[in-house]
Ligand binder design. Sequence first.
Ligand code: RIB
Ligand code: CA
Length: 323
Amino acid sequence: MNNSTVHKLIIDTDPGIDDAMAIALACAHPQIELLGLTTVFGNVSVDLATRNALSILEQFGFADTPVATGAARPLVQKPLPHPDFVHGQDGMGNIELPAPEGKAQALDAADFIIEQANAHAGQISLVAVGPLTNIALALQRDPQLPLKLEKLVVMGGALDEPGNVSPVAEANFLGDPHAADKVFAVEWPATIVGLDVTHKVLLFDSDMDELQQRSAIYGDLLRRSSRFYIDFYSTTGAARDYPEPGCAMHDAAAVVCALHPEWFETVSGVVRVVEDGVAAGQLTMNRRGYRYLLDHWEGRPATSACVDLQVDAVKSCFINSLC
Ligand code: RIB
Ligand code: CA
């Protein structure tokens, strides 16, 4: 990416403490034009996600950036309980964000995505960091959508890495496995940024303290909200091998991937997301291109999924962009 390229981004999000980090990066990075946020249920209800999105943007000085409210529930399955033990009752580490002054757009999330894709044909990076319900609905309403985007980057899934909500499932894909499976049934310029790589990008207390010192606009909110998240990682043992208390930088890694795909190593193959049963939410990929006895992986395009990344480059892109 040359230094003059400006990437137009829409982030589909369920803020969410690590979502706020992704939003901060999109606001702060000089080569990102954040066209808007679309909200979805997941870490919190969609109404709270919308409230948080509006408030986070106002706190970051981006009150004019549109927010469009999306799906309140998955396409098919019963909604899962919101993980308030991970993100807090308010979704932002219980830091009591000020109530937003602004309001969401009249258009819903799927229509906002379609409207923006038509207005900026081929120029938008759609970064999805929550359950994929809005993306599936937008695709349903406009099957040409994949041709109108520059790229789709999805934070979700786990190929070789264990899941974080079951031994095989990652939270966003389990949040709406039917939507995830529908999204990957068609040809997008898509990249999956899953736990295989996001579990390698760790933010420690010392990093969040540094941000609070060095980032006048973003540091305080991210430091305060991340305490709850880091406590969760520490108490559940997810961070047992970390050198100090910390957390994984899931959603911001997807924004970095939209800007610097060259920092990510991918594998490609037809993917299916298991829709129900004990393995619901599992991301599976036919990495060998075999024709198996079971033909669930036939007749679909290949999708790229990240298996490694340049950790230092990704992490410093996040930290330095905010300071
Ligand atoms: O599994 C991590 C993902 O689930 C992140 O997007 C986090 O915000 C939660 O939505
Ligand atoms: Ca998220």
